[in-house]
Design a protein around this ligand. Structure first.
Ligand SMILES: [Zn+2]
Length: 376
């Protein structure tokens, strides 16, 4: 089957993260079983109780209890939601060499390319095993890949993690961390400030210090990134109830993206220290910090054979990504991981998402050659 046709079939299966991905993994299991691979489902229930599946497809010779492979091709089956008015969302449409549809580049294009590359490979003659890994819930926090990593379902020496990188190998990524900070105060009539304590003034004092932490974080540098340091953002703030009431509560989000080599908790600890120092001056400084997400940065060495091979095959020097991927989980499973795939992250998550047909076909060739290089 042509890669475009496979992509059209994948796009037709609505796999927005909120829904169960049972349809698309059943389709992928049937396709891989037809090639003689064993398709193993790893079900779990998400926080809303919806049944989700990770799917790992390996040659029959691979030990089912301890799946260990040379090369894993990893693609997430879920997509971000789409505007119901977008007629092409589930009907792949080609115009001027571009294939439009939800998931066309993020990441069904890579999945279609991986399937096609495997179909073109001589599986009977592979000396080292490969795996196709299809995950759930990537777009909502890499939850499927985290399940696989936690249960040690698989180990791999090398992993190519599909994401739209315009076929540039990406060997490192910043982490992604999020906290909510709640600052308490004491309500009162705004004409009598001494009767209350403003949560907004308190939050403002803390945020001013967070800005100084952001400056200090520039001291830790990782040259492969732009910007080369851990960044911080206060993206949302809410507080107070009326213009003439001393604010009783103020909440804000704190996001940080740690560079590889720095503990994911480092920035958070610097901020906790600032809270402590504010408390030293103001003992009833009421502040609660809650970490909602703590995803490590990841890095595969520039000298990794997988990085070198993908650089040669793509003709592009390896770079780094600032968005979240499943590379950290694959590294946890023992792999040297590179993020790589057709299409651009700039068109992902948009109405009008597309993958260029030539990049899609080039991706098939590159993956087929990588399979031959690492598994034959
Ligand atoms: Zn993606």
């Amino acid at each position: 089957m042509k890669v475009e046709q496979t992509l059209a079939e994948l796009v037709r299966l609505d796999s927005v993260s909120a829904r169960s991905n049972v349809e698309i993994v059943s389709y992928l299991a049937a396709r891989t079983e037809a090639l003689g691979l064993c398709a193993r489902m790893f079900p779990y229930r998400d926080a809303a109780g919806v049944k989700k599946f990770n799917l790992v497809c390996v040659p029959p010779a691979v030990d089912a209890d301890e799946m260990a492979v040379e090369l894993a091709l990893v693609g997430h089956t879920d997509t971000v939601p789409y505007d119901p008015a977008w007629a092409e969302a589930l009907a792949l449409t080609e115009r001027e060499g571009k294939l439009y549809g939800r998931g066309a580049c993020d990441t069904k294009g890579f999945i279609a390319a991986a399937l096609t590359a495997i179909e073109q490979s001589d599986l009977a003659n592979l000396r080292r095993p490969l795996a196709l890994v299809f995950t759930a819930d990537e777009e909502v926090g890499c939850l499927g890949a985290k399940q696989l990593a936690e249960t040690r379902a698989l180990s791999a020496r090398y992993a190519i993690v599909g994401e739209p990188t315009s076929l540039q190998p990406m060997r490192a990524g910043k982490g992604y961390c999020l906290a909510e900070i709640r600052v308490g105060g004491r309500e009162g009539h705004s004409a009598y400030p001494a009767l209350g304590a403003s949560a907004i003034f308190r939050a403002a004092r803390l945020i001013a210090r967070i800005e100084t932490v952001a400056e200090r974080l520039k001291d830790g540098q990782h040259a492969a990134f732009d910007p080369p340091y851990t960044t911080l953002n206060v993206g949302v703030i809410n507080g107070g109830t009326a213009k003439n009431i001393i604010a009783g509560e103020c909440r804000f989000t704190l996001e940080w993206r740690p560079i590889p080599g720095q503990a994911a908790t480092h920035a958070f600890e610097l901020i906790q220290a600032e809270v402590e120092s504010l408390r030293a001056v103001e003992p009833d400084f009421d502040c609660r910090l809650e970490i909602l997400r703590l995803d490590d940065a990841s890095e595969t060495s520039a000298s990794s054979p997988l990085v070198a091979e993908l650089e040669t095959l793509s003709g592009q020097t390896a770079g780094t990504v600032a968005f979240g991927t499943e590379a950290p989980q694959m590294i946890e499973m023992g792999a040297e991981a590179v993020v790589f795939g057709p299409g651009s992250i700039r068109t992902a998550h948009r109405t009008g998402e597309f993958v260029p047909a030539d990049e899609l076909n080039t991706c098939v060739e590159i993956l087929a050659r990588a399979i031959a290089k690492f598994c034959q």
